[in-house]
Design a protein around this ligand. Structure first.
Ligand SMILES: Cc1cc2nc3c(=O)[nH]c(=O)nc-3n(C[C@H](O)[C@H](O)[C@H](O)COP(=O)(O)OP(=O)(O)OC[C@H]3O[C@@H](n4cnc5c(N)ncnc54)[C@H](O)[C@@H]3O)c2cc1C
Ligand SMILES: O=C([O-])CC(=O)C(=O)O
Length: 323
């Protein structure tokens, strides 16, 4: 979508995907704007990605499209057992009203000694993904269901390929640095829960959305198993009830599993593939791990910029362009 917005009328764009909403990892995401840190990306870059994403979604949450997109503000607490874990994160001045929790607030959590209160954005991902699809169509983007086995199969049809395959990139481009971190979550009906609660260890969280509350979670490195585990469902439910006892009365429990496409840094890079004298321009944008929703607009901005560079290179070269 960002490519179409940045380069209007400059190229024709086709989106190819094996799966669409509701069958993607992004559909499983809780959709909270709380960044995770990529160890091999400079913090100022991650901060910029988060800021752009927050600003973009904040504007949507403030528009008449807020309910269709599922984007809304949510306030709550991130809580810690040890003061050493409760350092001020790099994103504290981007979310709204970040402050240490008061003693009165901490009374709610007798097993935690410190905490941070703030307001951030949350998105119910399936409606947001459908809204993005609608925006793509409005921008003239063609959409086809297709599994790509090898980037070279696109060479005769397209000048530039943008690889946003998530965990699928492991097979598609053979990236051994990309690995799954399996996450299981529950979506429950508990409309009285209004505040988010996140244990600072990142394992247990309660995120109220518009239609359901997401209860998490798990982080299982290198597990490719997409089927839910009943023992884990009970464990997640018990952990969440110990933080928010009213959840005992939650109803309509649905279980979801997703594979976080994890890497030490998002792969945001131009690459020129060569084969027998032929060249294929590729822009990679995958490996967003546990925090892809939190930075998606910022990384899309950078990917669209890289596509702009590819277009300029094609226009400057004598190669036959199919733009
Ligand atoms: C349980 C859980 C909770 C999460 N909660 C949050 C959260 O609260 N906040 C947050 O910021 N992040 C969260 N995340 C992380 C977030 O979900 C991911 O970072 C993000 O969804 C990755 O998006 P993506 O578009 O790269 O991948 P995907 O959503 O997996 O999309 C990749 C697309 O590429 C297609 N594809 C793959 N291979 C091929 C191929 N060979 N040919 C054609 N198409 C292909 C797929 O079909 C799919 O449509 C969570 C993740 C999980 C699992
Ligand atoms: O950690 C969180 O708060 C939610 C999340 O992004 C995940 O489970 O990957």
């Amino acid at each position: 979508l960002r490519i179409a917005e940045v380069n209007p009328n400059c190229c024709s764009i086709t989106l190819l995907s094996e799966q669409f909403s509701p069958n993607t990892t992004s559909d499983v995401a809780a959709g909270m704007l709380i960044p995770h840190t990529y160890p091999d990306t400079p913090i100022h870059v991650q901060k910029q990605w988060f800021k752009e994403t927050f600003t973009y979604l904040f504007a949507i949450s403030n528009s008449n499209e807020a309910s269709e997109t599922g984007i809304h503000l949510v306030s709550g607490w991130q809580i810690f057992k040890n003061p050493s874990e409760a350092e001020v994160p790099f994103w504290s001045d981007i979310v709204l009203g970040f402050r240490p929790m008061s003693a009165a607030e901490l009374q709610k959590f007798p097993h935690h000694s410190h905490g941070q209160a703030f307001t951030t954005l949350k998105c119910d991902c399936p409606p947001y993904l459908l809204w993005l699809e609608k925006r793509l169509k409005a921008n003239g983007v063609q959409i086809h269901t297709r599994k790509v086995a090898d980037l070279w199969e696109l060479h005769s049809e397209y000048d530039i390929v943008v690889n946003c395959a998530g965990i699928g990139a492991r097979q598609l481009v053979g990236d051994q640095q990309l690995f799954p971190i399996r996450g299981q979550v529950l979506k429950v009906h508990a409309p009285w829960v209004k505040n988010f609660i996140r244990d600072g260890d990142g394992l247990t969280y309660i995120y109220p959305g518009i239609d359901s509350v997401t209860l998490g979670g798990t982080r299982e490195k290198e597990s490719w198993r997409l089927s839910p585990d009943p023992g884990t469902t009970k464990d997640i439910f018990d952990r969440c009830c110990s933080l928010e006892p009213s959840l005992q009365r939650a109803q309509d429990i649905r279980v979801k599993v997703g594979l976080r496409p994890s890497r030490s840094c998002v792969r945001l890079q131009r690459e020129v593939l060569s084969q027998g004298g032929a060249k294929l321009l590729v822009v990679h944008n995958y490996g967003h791990g546990s925090g892809g929703f939190s930075v998606h607009r910022g990384t899309a901005e950078e990917a669209a910029h890289l596509v702009g560079e590819c277009i300029a290179a094609l226009q400057g070269s004598s190669s036959r362009a199919k733009l």
